[in-house]
Design a protein around this ligand. Structure first.
Ligand SMILES: Cc1ncc(COP(=O)(O)O)c(C=O)c1O
Length: 451
């Protein structure tokens, strides 16, 4: 795509460049609320419609090529269409996509989960991460006989009504449209990384589980110090609440065994999805045998009924097995982490050179952008957050985020406007292209008074 060095009107340039996407958007407006099928895919003036993808790249319906930093909402660690996964899916598709029966693939997939994830004594597959966190909370209530759940402001655990609470500003435990107040009342939303607040809440003795994204809300947008996670383990153990790690994003990404391996903290339950399922739909709850026993049939005892047409479907199981086998030795994770660190460094250099006060940060195979003035978290492993207001870190700057996305798309790069996921396919050459696009995009934003 032609470079747009100084567009005075990014939105107009975007509209002019993407007529086929615009035409699809017009059709979609007559079909879908907001014209999209996932809230995060909304985009002004209209979203990009993608036609195909390979490695770190994707192509839109107008024929433009992009470096992709969405990476399937975090489901892809080896880029798009990695040969091992593609071949496994192709072979399985030729044998059937759904047997409505037990099959060898689900056993192999389950063995991989239990081999890699430290807390996984038993596992049950679901069709998504949302289903997994829903089930984890049910299990915790069944096991403890208690009703309440503690979660942290800005931590996302899927869209079901039991946990879609306190995720966005103003982070209140207020019902959304159609959400029952009595369900919301069972969830305490605490400030992130505040062990005193946790201690006080657990002291009431009515908490079934504490759930968190173990590296911090929105994959570490507000980083969680390791010491907090260790303290959380101690407090939950002491008070009899279960500790649930939502590793839907961190699982198989920050270490083969997820954040629990990295931090050396074993939760009671773990929720998984994304990389777990090799880029196809799927999720899982893993954890203590005595807790998952509530999914098993026992004489004269209550259990959790669990159905689900697509649980461990053969296609997803084949993709999952290929993915987990490729992740197991940790090499891919190291490569993606190293490329992400180079990206963060290079993008920060551009910001400094251009005299723009934003900051790129992150710790694993990702980069995030902090548009605000003031102290951002440090980049890399030592992400001290003591001196940073977590609300400002989690806040979006909607106008800048939109403009940066438009400007980057016009220069052949796509990310979600706040966070970017990096894969093994983001080679040094891809990084160099990203840096050039970012520099041009920043200058285009300056033309609009936004940088
Ligand atoms: C931490 C976390 N938990 C749960 C979910 C929900 O997973 P799914 O989209 O598969 O329902 C997500 C999705 O982004 C997530 O990031």
């Amino acid at each position: 795509m032609a470079r747009v060095a100084t567009s005075p009107k990014l939105a107009d340039a975007y509209t002019d460049a993407l007529p086929a996407s615009r035409a699809l958007f017009e059709r979609a407006q007559r079909l879908f609320p907001d014209a999209v099928t996932h809230d995060n895919r909304r985009m002004q003036p209209f979203p990009l419609y993608v036609d195909r993808a390979e490695g770190a790249l994707k192509w839109d319906v107008d024929g433009h090529r992009y470096i992709d930093y969405w990476m399937g909402h975090g489901a892809l660690l080896f880029g798009h269409n990695p040969p091992a996964v593609r071949d496994a899916v192709r072979e399985q598709a030729s044998k059937g996509t759904h047997y409505g029966a037990c099959h060898a693939g689900e056993v192999e997939w389950g063995e991989w989960v239990c081999r890699l994830v430290p807390s996984a004594q038993r596992v049950r597959f679901t069709a998504s991460g949302t289903e997994a966190t829903h089930m984890a909370v049910r299990l915790a209530r069944a096991f403890t006989g208690k009703r309440h759940v503690v979660k942290f402001a800005g931590h996302f655990h899927g869209w079901h009504e039991g946990l879609e609470i306190g995720v966005r500003p103003p982070y209140e435990a207020e019902p959304e449209a159609g959400q029952l107040p009595e369900v919301v009342d069972l969830v305490s939303v605490l400030p992130p990384n505040d062990i005193v607040a946790v201690r006080e809440r657990l002291a009431r003795g009515d908490v079934a589980a504490v759930i968190l994204e173990p590296t911090g809300g929105h994959f570490g947008s507000v980083p969680t110090p390791a010491a907090f996670v260790h303290a959380l383990r101690d407090e939950t153990r002491r008070t009899g609440a279960l500790l649930i790690f939502d590793e839907v994003v961190t699982g198989f990404r920050v270490a083969p065994g997820g954040a629990q391996e990295l931090l050396g903290v074993t939760p009671d339950l773990t929720t998984l999805a994304k990389i777990l399922a090799g880029g196809l739909p799927g999720g899982a709850v893993a954890g203590r045998e005595d807790v998952l026993a509530y999914l098993a049939t026992k004489p004269n005892a209550k259990k959790i009924a669990h159905h689900g047409t697509f649980n461990a479907n053969p296609l997803t199981a084949a993709a999952g097995v290929a993915m987990l086998a490729a992740v197991a030795d940790g090499q891919a994770i190291r490569v993606a982490n190293a490329q992400a660190a180079k990206l963060r460094h290079g993008l920060n250099e551009i910001l400094a050179r251009e005299n723009v006060g934003w900051k790129i940060y992150g710790e694993h195979s990702d980069w995030k952008i902090f548009f605000g003035a003031g102290a951002p978290p440090r980049d890399g492993a030592d992400q001290s957050v003591a001196d940073v207001d977590w609300r400002r870190l989690d806040a979006k700057d909607a106008e800048r985020s939109r403009a940066l996305r438009q400007a980057l798309i016009l220069n052949g790069v796509d990310f979600n406007g706040a966070r970017a996921l990096v894969s093994t396919c983001h080679t040094d050459a891809i990084l160099e292209e990203t840096f050039a696009a970012f520099e041009t995009a920043i200058r285009a934003m300056r033309e609009e008074g936004l940088a």
